[in-house]
Ligand binder design. Sequence first.
Ligand SMILES: Cc1ncc(COP(=O)(O)O)c(C=O)c1O
Length: 481
Amino acid sequence: MHVMHHVLRPNAAARRAFAAIACDSVKVPKAWYNIQADLKVPLPPPLHPGELRPCLPDDFAPLFPMSLIQQEISTERYIDIPEPVREVLELWRPSPLFRASRWEKALKLPQDVKIFYKYEGGSPSGSHKTNTAVAQIFYNKEAGTKKVTTETGAGQWGSALAFSGAQFDLPVEVYQVKVSYEQKPYRKAFIETCGAQIYPSPSHRTQYGAKVLQEDPACPGSLGIAISEAIEACVTSGGTAKYALGSVLSHVLMHQTVIGLEAIEQMEISGESPDVVVGCTGGGSNFAGITFPFLGQKLRGERNKIRFVAVEPAACPSLTKGVYAYDFGDTAQMTPLIKAHTLGAAFIPPKVHSGGLRYHAMAPLISHLKELGELEARAVPQSAAFQAGASFFQSEGILPAPEATHAIEGALAEAKDAASKGEPRSILFNMCGHGHFDMAAWQKWSEGQLEDFDYPDELVQEALKSVPGLNGVDWPMPSAD
Ligand SMILES: Cc1ncc(COP(=O)(O)O)c(C=O)c1O
């Protein structure tokens, strides 16, 4: 078979040709996959922060259009992707799936240890984030929203939303974590070129930002603070603005499943099946995007013997060192309480270069699946992640975003583990974004100046004191029936 030949005996030209072939025969999915349909134990509900009862759809109405709120709580297995959204996605989707044949060779891996990756960096903003940004802007436009506010860490999400705003003529206002705003000045230019507005967070535009700055004028910001500012900007708009989140929420994770749905088809075309699927985790959306469709097959009994590994920064290890408890999604404690692995909403993570991974909590769906034993997690220091990322780049020719280097490190660890045990293993990872806007970080790495941060135990212990879930707030774990 033609395609199989290209995948199993890859060379540089055939490798690119394989991607083209797979892209020709695979279409952008017509529906998203909703893993809530296949959960044997339902997801613990978000709680109203004042009344401590499960949230009702109307509780979210000041922030999101009802169509997205319905998606958040839906247990339908598939939800149709509106045609105007698919049309924009078709600008860069289906995204290519490559076999990392040159990297395998450089690593001197045995023939039966294979590495595949799905490349999401070809999107207009350079990462997977655009997959959900287009959908969220579409539903907001449809609902009559006049402006969408958001936060961004590394700037990937802000860029994705700004680009999507331009597709549907909807103004976008972005609060970018200050340390990233300063590290990545071209993100600002990108966002403004899309016609959107961007501000460093904490800022004086919101009451909460001003309060943070008064207490700590040098505050580097955090995703938790930027979320608080974007939400404040939304709720003080007199109902004209809505808010968009780039990760964490269940509907956001669902929008990313186009990645895994395409990957299933592409792997099938190649005659391969992954033994392990790896992704980096900040809030969990790209990891969910590539893993949930495979995990759904496993939960439905259509696939067995597959593992899923989430890789997070050692400086902000919510899944490996956080507590599983109800906590706020933001620092100002404005959001509903979500049951998640958390380091405490008051925790401000060290200034690692993976701005998109500096979030104190994990998506409730990922946390829940980890508690159910369906997922594994691993924490790595940024120097090890960048080292793996550079090795990948030198062979494969794609410079990864700092966040993506964590997935690469995870894939490398799997490959080395399989090789040392003499086991065959097919590894699939999500190469979620390119690092062309992250050259300051790569420069630091080349100059040997990339700093590793110890796990900030004391800061986390302090932040955990104000986690509601550790102070008696809980909701009975839903049962399987
Ligand atoms: C390139 C990239 N990868 C990963 C992430 C982490 O987010 P998530 O875990 O939701 O995929 C981000 C977030 O900004 C990102 O920009």
